[in-house]
Design a protein around this ligand. Structure first.
Ligand code: SF4
Length: 114
């Protein structure tokens, strides 16, 4: 009987440790996915016409595109100065290339009050 109680205690402790480990594993997984570069073939990327190199934008298909527009000078882009990639408010959890572009491009000046 004592052995049985001990086993239950061990089982319960093991379960609690396991439950505590789940949120930690989830955080690690989220952190890792935030490091992933957005793929041009990602469904959301395709719907917004994202390309990793703005020089490859097909002007006919994207009449709003103007040469010089890149993620690096878009209002939605956040990164360290000079970084090759950064985060984008549109594609949460992914990194976009600083030289990329998509149809949601908004000038950084949009953030400044009028
Ligand atoms: S919203 Fe801006 S920063 Fe985000 S992918 Fe499009 S152009 Fe790049």
């Amino acid at each position: 009987m004592i052995d049985e109680k001990f086993s239950r205690r061990q089982l319960l402790q093991g379960a609690l440790v396991g439950l505590a480990a789940v949120p930690a594993a989830t955080l690690i997984a989220r952190s890792a996915s935030a490091e992933e570069l957005l793929s041009e073939s990602d469904a959301a990327a395709m719907s917004f016409g994202y390309v990793g190199d703005a020089n490859k934008v097909i002007a006919k298909a994207n009449p709003t595109y103007k040469p010089g527009q890149t993620c690096a000078n878009c209002f939605q882009f956040k990164s360290k100065a000079g970084a090759a990639d950064g985060t984008c408010a549109i594609f949460a959890g992914k990194l976009v290339k600083a030289k990329g572009w998509c149809k949601v491009w908004v000038p950084q000046s949009a953030a400044k009050p009028g």
